[in-house]
Write a protein that binds this ligand. Structure first.
Ligand code: GLU
Length: 497
């Protein structure tokens, strides 16, 4: 492990892990792993207004569920702690003092009222929306007096008057900014807590972070970060700005338009592997990699394969589009690939309501449940759908309308006769021979001797067994239900006609 490669994930504990956050932590992980370095979790909780109780534990839990392992963090410790910003207040204070001494920052005593008025005036004059730098020119004497009077103040960054700054992004190259457009941003607020802009730079430096991967919404303030590094005389880390994830309509993903929290995806029965597989393609593609085998044309990638093929230099800079249909496709793929034992275990929490439907204890046994899940494994896209898809396999009394039994133009009388025939045929199969193959042979063998078509028997048989317009095929359902239950259901259907 290379000790000088250190990558951090720095979420704010605002209540849930956004799917965009999962994408960021995955890329952090991949950068750390491919370069043989460490992954660090740092909680950025200096904005007290945005905090939610229990959010840190929630974040750690969900990251653990996803399978992203950290080397250092609030839950693991490490030599660069504390890893929660609110526990580092003194560190920021010391560094702010140091910056004041180096003339890289100054105290600003302007009141909220004055700032508001100033903003309105600047707006009226069509000047850029930034602080007018009044407190930059306070004399030493003014400052001493104001401090003696306990006047509240913030500490602002002293941006040079003019010139140009080139901030280097690993994917975009040098980005040029005119210094005169930059605001003397607040570094320490009146409550003594740092802003993101200050804490982030101080922590990345003190925690010896080598690569900073973050959203491209931070590009406008990027030059100010670089100026801070210069003010402290620190070497900046390498920066990689991730493009936003947009929805299909091209706007920012927001809670209003549906689920964006990883917890929501988990609750619906998405699995960690497809979520990660989906996220990695939002900003990188194996086709860009020299390391990925050329014959690999599908986009299915395990975490290990990602580590094998990934290189952050191959990441793209165009916005990623969040296409849930693709996520569903991946989820379905991983569900199909999984062993039935594992799938059953994962589905159990989603079956609770179904198990209540039945008084029949056989239907509550694991063996039966596993066979039921096996019926749906091919089709299942999200685990949470399993309850609805399989409810008919647990019901003691199927509810459906008799007209559902009717196939095309066949009369109810004829359907009844066909079902009676099916009943008699099935009745002859012994318990030991009750399996899909035999059931199919018996029923299909009979149908071939008749003038009727396959659907004239199989449609009512399938509806009788499932009560559904769409379901797995009648033979596989019959095998799992078992002889007694099948005959009971067919009998009930006959009585409906
Ligand atoms: N706390 C910041 C956020 O959640 C972190 C950004 C960064 O990685 O620098 O957006």
């Amino acid at each position: 492990m290379s000790t000088n490669i250190r990558v951090r994930f720095a979420p704010s504990p605002t209540g849930f892990l956004h799917i965009g956050g999962l994408r960021a932590v995955l890329f952090d992980y991949l950068i750390a792993k491919t370069l043989g370095g460490k992954l660090i979790l740092r909680i950025e909780d200096t904005d007290k207004k945005r905090q939610v109780a229990g959010a840190v534990e929630g974040l750690i839990n969900i990251l653990d569920w996803v399978g992203i392992k950290f080397d250092e963090g609030p839950h693991l410790g490490g030599e660069f702690g504390p890893y929660i910003q609110s526990e580092r207040k003194e560190i920021y204070k010391e560094h702010a003092e140091a910056l004041l001494k180096k003339s890289g920052a100054y105290r600003c005593f302007c009141s909220e009222d004055r700032l508001k008025k100033m903003r309105e005036e600047r707006q009226a004059e069509k000047l850029p929306p930034r602080y007018d730098r009044v407190c930059r020119n306070l004399s030493e004497q003014d400052i001493i007096e104001k401090l003696a009077k306990n006047e509240p103040f913030v500490i602002r960054q002293k941006i040079p008057e003019s010139g140009e700054i080139i901030a280097h992004d690993e994917l975009r190259g040098g980005i040029k900014f005119a210094v005169q457009d930059l605001d003397d941003q607040v570094l320490i607020k009146t409550d003594g807590l740092p802003t993101y802009q200050f804490a982030n730079v101080v922590d990345d430096h003190l925690m010896k972070i080598s690569h900073v991967l973050r959203g491209d919404e931070w590009i406008p303030s990027f030059p100010k970060n670089i100026l801070l590094y210069q003010g402290f005389n620190w070497e900046p880390p390498k920066f990689i700005h991730l493009t936003l994830t947009l929805n299909k309509e091209g706007s920012k993903l927001s809670k209003r338009q549906g689920d964006i929290a990883v917890e929501d995806f988990r609750a619906k029965g998405y699995l960690p592997e497809p979520l990660l597989n989906f996220c990695v393609l939002q900003g990188w593609h194996p086709s860009a990699s020299d390391k990925a085998p050329k014959e690999k044309t599908d986009e299915i990638l395990s975490l290990d394969q990602m580590v094998e093929y990934f290189d952050f230099k191959d990441m793209g800079t165009s916005p990623a589009i969040f296409d849930v249909a693709k996520l569903d496709y991946f989820n379905g793929f991983y569900i199909r690939e999984m062993s039935l034992e594992k799938l059953t275990k994962l589905c159990l929490p989603f079956l609770g309501e179904n198990l209540k439907l039945t008084a029949d204890s056989k239907k509550q046994e694991l063996d039966y449940i596993q066979k039921v899940i096996g019926l749906e494994q091919e089709r299942l896209k999200k685990l949470a759908e399993i309850g609805e898809l399989t409810a008919f396999m647990f019901a003691d009394d199927l509810q459906y309308e008799s007209k559902l039994l009717i196939w095309k133009k066949i009369t109810p009388e004829q359907i009844k006769i066909n079902l009676q025939t099916v009943f008699e045929l099935l009745e002859k199969i012994s318990e030991a021979e009750w399996n899909k193959k035999n059931i199919e042979e018996v029923i299909m063998g009979y149908i071939k001797t008749q003038k009727f078509k396959v659907g004239d028997y199989l449609w009512p048989m399938r509806v009788a067994l499932t009560g559904r317009e769409a379901s797995p095929g009648p033979f596989e359902v019959a095998e799992v239900l078992g002889a007694a239950e099948c005959l009971k259901r067919i009998n009930q259907a006959i009585k409906k006609l």
